[in-house]
Design a protein around this ligand. Structure first.
Ligand SMILES: [Mg+2]
Length: 348
């Protein structure tokens, strides 16, 4: 049976700031934009003390200021948070090489092969992170990614929640549908219109009805997810047997043309690298990191091994078209994998 661990840092940006400025410990701290609540910008992270005033991420800084004028407002220091993030991911990789990097303060780790109990693994990870960064995190352990992510959120901060296959009814069904990955405000409203507010109520619906209401693929997803089932693998993609390039935008952007132009340039560079190495590939993956550091990937498999720019670019743009680009984009990357040498040998 699979065992997946999800780690989520507690109020990450705020915690980093409180750690390096001890005078901020115990105070409401709000990180966002340029750190000036008089200017445009939204809250990236609020410390737990600030959350008590109703301040939360994505809220305009001005609103946060109205709720708590005494809060300390600070600019986002990505360089420092990224440095910490790297340290944390390095610690995780010591426990298992199979890691999916979800964003600056979040990761999945496949611990199926780790021969120790959840409490022990969790205690050791938390100890190492605390020693090296002074920060706390919350951990969820479950048979799949879907449940592990829900679990890590259940006892914040500094929590550990273990969910087994038999716990879905008691732990998951009472929760709001919104807690399911992939259920946004639109689906939530749609479900609420037909009298469904909890995951258990969703699970009580026949699969056919959900397919009728939400289409075959999303309907099937909702049915499986509401029963706590999720077979999705960890996306550990950015590994050697592939050629990849990525770029961080000077300024986060939502301009399609700018994103597309960068993707085209990166694809051209990747194809050049492949050709120099005499390689052809079959898998094309596009990675997008949004301004809040959430990272998503979309992948496609080509009918045959290729090093043709046109084919690979078409595949990359097909992947790009499958992202919901509602937020600004911070980074875009493209990767060609399952490489084989020209003669068709050594596919991996
Ligand atoms: Mg977090």
């Amino acid at each position: 049976m699979r065992r997946i661990l999800h780690l989520d840092m507690d109020a990450f940006f705020a915690a980093v700031e409180q750690k390096r400025r001890p005078e901020l410990a115990g105070r409401p701290v709000v990180i966002g934009g340029s750190g000036d609540p008089g200017q445009r910008g939204v809250v990236s992270t609020a410390s737990y003390e600030a959350r008590k005033f109703g301040i939360h991420s994505a809220m305009p800084l001005r609103t946060a200021y109205k709720l708590c004028p005494d809060a300390v407002f600070l600019p986002v220091d990505y360089a420092e948070y990224s440095r910490m993030s790297l340290q944390i991911k390095t610690i995780l990789r010591e426990f298992s090489p199979v890691m999916e990097d979800v964003g600056i303060d979040e990761a999945f780790l496949d611990i199926s092969a780790v021969d120790r109990g959840p409490e022990e693994i969790s205690a050791e990870i938390k100890k190492k992170i605390r020693e090296q960064t002074g920060l706390t995190c919350s951990i969820g352990i479950a048979p799949n990614k879907l449940l592990a992510k829900i679990a890590s959120d259940m006892q914040k901060p500094d929590g550990l929640t273990v969910i087994g296959e038999g716990d879905v009814e008691s732990c998951i069904w009472p929760l709001a549908v919104r807690k399911l990955w992939g259920v946004g405000p639109k689906t939530e409203a749609h479900l609420s219109d037909i009298g469904i507010s909890t995951i258990g109520e969703l699970a009580a619906q026949p699969a056919d009805r959900l397919a009728e209401l939400f289409g075959n693929s999303y309907g099937a997803y909702l049915f499986e997810a509401s029963h706590g089932r999720d077979k999705s693998p960890l996306v550990t993609h950015w590994e050697p047997k592939s050629v990849s390039r990525e770029t961080t935008f000077q300024r986060d952007t939502d301009r399609w043309q700018e994103i597309a132009r960068n993707l085209a340039d990166l694809t051209r560079d990747v194809v050049q690298d492949m050709r120099k190495a005499g390689q052809r590939g079959r898998n094309v993956t596009v990675k997008v990191r949004f301004s809040d550091f959430k990272t998503q990937t979309r992948a496609t498999t080509l009918p045959d091994f290729t090093d043709t720019l046109e084919e690979i670019r078409r595949a990359a743009f097909q992947c790009l078209g499958r992202f919901e680009l509602t937020d600004k984009v911070r980074l875009i990357g493209v990767r060609v994998g399952r490489l084989a040498h020209k003669e068709g040998e050594g596919a991996s």
